[in-house]
Design a protein around this ligand. Structure first.
Ligand SMILES: C[S@@+](CC[C@H](N)C(=O)[O-])C[C@H]1O[C@@H](n2cnc3c(N)ncnc32)[C@H](O)[C@@H]1O
Length: 200
């Protein structure tokens, strides 16, 4: 269990191609969210945390979003991303521990969550909430998907319930949307909550 807080755990999963979470495509609810954003949103500062193979980052880049940052502490998926998107600005590729990012260096209009929350040790969930709030500008948003299911295992993905998420996020966020996603990838149908949370 402690391993999940170390880059080596995840790096090894990428090296062994043991990446069952990887959908190989932009997550459909997030694509739908991105597609309805106005043209004026394209210069907003966006973070994709625990981005892995970063299909959402690639999609945002393809759609003309100019200020997208990716963070992941495993180098392998970032190296793979660079091969797929050689024109992506390297200064926006951050190979670092999400929890070590400083809000003096980074402030975002919105942050995208996609199978990152479920990858961290559940004992760090409050720390995750605080760090997300710190990295957002005032009124910034955390947008994404959380598993609405208990996997009952001592390894990622770590699931949870809507009640738990409401209680944890309520400390730093106004919960604008937290509801069952209707357009999830078929493999995740009925097991995801779409969230739109605004930093208090
Ligand atoms: C389950 S994978 C999900 C990857 C991607 N979001 C996706 O949906 O395909 C979790 C990712 O979070 C990264 N990660 C886990 N803990 C991290 C941390 N503390 N800082 C940065 N990245 C982290 C892992 O390296 C891994 O790429």
């Amino acid at each position: 269990m402690e391993n999940v807080s170390e880059a080596g755990f995840w790096q090894q999963r990428y090296e062994r191609d043991s990446i069952g979470w990887d959908m190989g495509q932009v997550s459909p609810p997030l694509k739908a969210y991105i597609d309805q954003l106005p043209e004026g949103a394209k210069d907003q500062a966006i973070l994709v945390a625990g981005a892995g193979n970063a299909y959402e980052v690639g999609y945002l880049h393809e759609q003309g979003f100019t200020n997208v940052t990716l963070v992941d502490f495993a180098p392998a998926p970032i190296e793979a991303f660079v091969k797929r998107y050689p024109d992506f600005p390297t200064e926006h590729l951050v190979c670092a521990d999400f929890f070590s990012l400083s809000n003096e260096q980074y402030q975002f209009d919105w942050i995208l969550e996609q199978t990152f929350f479920c990858a961290i040790n559940p004992s760090r969930r409050d720390e995750y909430v605080q760090q997300m709030a710190k990295l957002l500008k005032p009124q910034g948003k955390l947008i994404g998907l959380l598993f609405d299911t208990d996997f009952g295992r001592d390894e990622p993905p770590f699931g949870g319930t809507k009640e738990e998420y409401q209680r944890r996020f309520d400390t730093h966020f106004d919960i604008e949307i937290m509801e069952r996603s209707y357009n999830s990838h078929p493999a995740r149908q009925g097991s995801e909550l779409f969230i739109k949370l605004r930093a208090k």
